[in-house]
Design a protein around this ligand. Structure first.
Ligand SMILES: NC(=O)c1ccc[n+]([C@@H]2O[C@H](COP(=O)([O-])OP(=O)(O)OC[C@H]3O[C@@H](n4cnc5c(N)ncnc54)[C@H](OP(=O)(O)O)[C@@H]3O)[C@@H](O)[C@H]2O)c1
Length: 227
């Protein structure tokens, strides 16, 4: 059985990935609080990736790092601390996890690392200066690491558009906002966590064995299409 580390597996996209994979894989989920979801193949560990020591895991096939932020403010209101905090949770947290667990990743050509970016790195949007800067760094990390770790370990990132999770709850705060956000997308919808989890499941699977160094945009058409 494969072992998958899902950092941020307690809710949102990470929990949807856990649910996708848990029947066929052994899952270690790290988050500050446990989820209510339980399964015999799931081990949940409570810790803060930015502050705590990491537990030993014997062997891994995939590392998925989900923690992120949506800190939207006009540039004039964004402080240096805002930029640093976004960088810490989106980039440094991933680097800490990867550095710690890289020696545990199996070198059997079926190992992979998966990170998360956002559509805001290629679609300039007001109020996104801090998160877009941090996620652009995640994309740079994805590509550089993919080169460092080829041919044994694949590294990719998913860049989703707005996804209905707790993180996006301030934006998707009522039916009117939900309708307006859906209408802005060429496919007239935003994402559910399962839509993103399905792409994650593909990217860590053998079916994606020829894909590395890619930023896959799951975007309901908003980045590439103008209708
Ligand atoms: N939702 C969107 O609209 C959207 C759009 C574009 C990109 N993304 C990106 O997609 C990724 C997943 O987003 P999401 O919406 O699923 O986020 P989410 O609902 O906030 O879930 C984040 C997960 O990470 C854990 N986490 C957060 N900080 C942590 C820390 N310091 N230490 C350990 N665990 C921590 C959370 O659990 P605890 O709180 O219990 O620690 C939770 O399990 C993020 O990188 C995000 O930037 C999301």
């Amino acid at each position: 059985m494969r072992t998958i580390l899902v950092v941020g597996g307690s809710k949102g996209i990470g929990l949807a990935i856990v649910k996708n994979e848990v029947e066929a894989s052994s899952i270690v989920s790290i988050s500050r609080h446990k989820s209510g979801f339980e399964h015999k193949n799931l081990r949940q560990i409570e810790l803060d990736v930015l502050a705590d020591d990491f537990p030993e895991i014997e062997k891994l096939n995939s590392i998925i790092y989900c923690p992120g932020s949506i800190n939207l403010k006009p540039f004039s209101k964004l402080t240096e601390d805002d930029f640093m905090n976004d960088y810490r949770i989106n980039v440094l947290g991933a680097i800490k996890i990867i550095k710690h667990y890289l020696p545990k990743l199996s070198l059997d050509n079926e190992s992979s690392i998966l990170l998360f970016s956002t559509v805001a790195t290629v679609l300039g949007m007001p109020f996104h200066a801090s998160i877009a800067s941090a996620k652009a760094a995640v994309e740079g990390l994805t590509k550089s690491l993919a080169a460092d770790l080829a041919p044994k370990i694949r590294v990719n990132a998913i860049a989703p558009t707005l996804t209905d999770t707790e993180l996006a709850s301030k934006i998707l705060r009522n039916d009117k906002m939900k309708e307006a956000i859906a209408d802005r997308h060429p496919l007239k919808k935003y994402l559910e966590p399962k839509n993103v989890a399905d792409m994650a499941s593909f990217l860590i699977s053998e079916k994606a064995s020829s894909i590395t160094g890619q930023i896959i945009r799951v975007d309901c058409g908003i980045v590439s299409l103008k209708l």
